[in-house]
Design a protein around this ligand. Sequence first.
Ligand SMILES: *Cc1c(COP(=O)(O)O)cnc(C)c1O
Length: 394
Amino acid sequence: MRVPLAKPDIRDEDIQEVVNALRSGRLSLGPYLERFERAAARYIGVKAAAAVSSGTAGLHLSLIALGLKPGWHVITTSYSFIASSNAILYMGAVPVFADVEPDTGNLDPERVEELIERDYTRSDEGYLVHKGSGARLWGILLVHVFGHPAQLDRFGSIAEKYGLTLVEDACEAMGSLYRGEHVGRFGSAGVFAFYPNKQMTTGEGGLVVSEDERLVELVKSLRNQGRTSMSSPWLEHVRLGYNYRMDEMSAALGFSQVRRFDQMRRRRREVFSLYNKLLSEVDEVETPVEKPYAEVNPFVYVIKLRGVDRDALMDYLRSKGVETRPYFTPIHLQPFYRERFRVSLPITEDLGRRSLALPFYNSLTEDEIRYVVEVLKEGIVRHGGKGSIKADAT
Ligand SMILES: *Cc1c(COP(=O)(O)O)cnc(C)c1O
């Protein structure tokens, strides 16, 4: 049996909408863009949304629109996909990495507050500056890693207490709820991503959401070369903009996916639960948590291994047709960052060594899940563990 890591959930009705976009003759800045934005904003429960060409583009434009300036500091996580931190670097600003919670893998509010108290002090102007360099601490870029919401109440209080801007990288969290409300609407801006391995896809694509409609208008101008409005007939560019537009084929696909997203989300959570159930009895495997404040629509299914050689296990799984991936190699250990950011993050580094993403997508069948779990147990026995059920351990 061959089981890939990820697969998009594409139905005939999705294909039909994309064909409609192609047949319409309007391939960019057409009606699907607004239909998608309206539908997505309604689903998330937020006032306004701007669709863009990728999640990375959405993060970049959010930071521009919210006024981050070169040299300023932004606290963020290293246990993430590299885009969250890269967006800070695009701005000439400085990502400051804090450590994460060992169970969720999300930025730990305790560590963040410790870091602020240790390294920053209030300036005469009233904002926080670094005790050494004097650089201003501007904000916190949260990531809801693997779809599990970060502790938004805690981070909201920290942002308020210290006068910081809170931005949510919700690129892995479409459909995830924090205390019953959709993530992405707690910060000054929230960003979603629709690459084919995410909970829903537009091919390439992203979305910036905010309760602040003017902020979203600004993002819409920035994505479109700084034009005043989408419909302005003249090529009038009032600010430095980018081409970060989402085309109509992508927007049509997104529109169709949002329309049936509840059903997609239900299936994703079923696959998640079945894995949890089958793996709960394996001693060497920690299954992903779902905290009481969270209802997770998982992006990937990531386990943490105990007492097993992960890389050898991955080779074994590959030999049996099961594709897996280490999620994540921490950002501060990536070659580009390693030379520039010397920081020690024990929990992040430990998670980076022990975590493994298993095949995870909506059309995964129960037989395939059982096969993955069986092969995983075999591999564990071969590479350091017992793979036995917990009751046997005595
Ligand atoms: C996927 C993702 C992004 C954005 O990715 P794109 O490929 O640019 O759409 C940003 N941050 C995180 C944490 C992600 O997982």
